[in-house]
Design a binder for this molecule. Structure first.
Ligand code: SAM
Length: 222
């Protein structure tokens, strides 16, 4: 068995490969001066930190998961972004933001968890008029809602699909290779648990990668 100290799995390293798509989506927005941004379901903040690099605006980073938010807090300190990013632990559905607060709401991989109808309603209320809701979701999951956006008070401003099978080719396949490497090592209990969770995800995506094709949708509050 190899050295246990070297056995770690940093998912953010794999997630960061997708920042090129976050950048592409951001550049589709019109130029906004010092935008007020809400990053919902920010997790460990891979897109959050990127947004802080892409804009001179102010970001509220919200998630319900305290462990992920602690990781984000360390990154904020590491990058010296304490004055630009505020962490909020809570749910979009319960938190009382002032209406008409945000220029941009960024939501990668979270609105399907919250529920599209409830998510759209909550975002509509706190976006300024003409503000943008940027979603990254599976095409299969969101398509019906995209066809009925006007009933939620949005128009489709722009969108693009990630390459076919991007999640398999660029995330889960490299992750599977890393997990194979780790299986040669002596792993602690927590890491073994984490790996078994990811193995389930890997098998799901591997069996039908097209189901996991995703797209960015830029919605504008009408
Ligand atoms: C798939 S992860 C995406 C994380 C991050 N946006 C990214 O793209 O790397 C979804 C995140 O949404 C968070 N989440 C789920 N329900 C939420 C809610 N009601 N309010 C805020 N965040 C929520 C989860 O805790 C999780 O961190």
């Amino acid at each position: 068995m190899r050295d246990q100290n070297k056995a770690n799995l940093n998912i953010d390293e794999f997630r960061e490969i997708f920042l090129k798509y976050t950048q592409k989506a951001f550049h589709l927005l019109p130029k906004l001066y010092n935008p007020q941004i809400l990053d919902i379901g920010c997790g460990t903040g891979v897109p959050t930190i990127e947004l802080a690099k892409l804009t001179n605006g102010y970001i509220n980073a919200m998630d319900i998961n305290s462990k992920d938010l602690r990781k984000l807090e360390n990154k904020i300190i590491e990058y010296g972004l304490e004055n630009r990013i505020k962490i909020i632990q809570g749910s979009l559905l319960n938190y009382k933001f002032e209406p008409l607060t945000f220029d941009i709401i960024w939501a990668e991989g979270v609105i399907h968890i919250i529920g599209f109808k409830r998510g759209f309603k909550a975002c509509h209320k706190i976006l300024k008029k003409g503000g943008f809701l940027v979603l990254h979701e599976t095409i299969k999951g969101i398509q019906d809602y995209i066809n009925h956006l006007s009933s939620f008070g949005f128009i489709l401003y722009d969108w693009f699909q990630l390459p076919d099978n991007a999640w398999w080719n660029e995330f889960y396949n490299p992750l599977e290779l890393r997990i194979k490497e780790l299986s040669q090592m002596n792993l602690n209990k927590n890491l073994r648990k984490e790996i078994s969770r990811y193995k389930k995800e890997i098998n799901m995506v591997k069996s039908n990668p097209k189901n996991f094709n995703t797209a960015f949708y830029i919605l504008q509050k009408s």
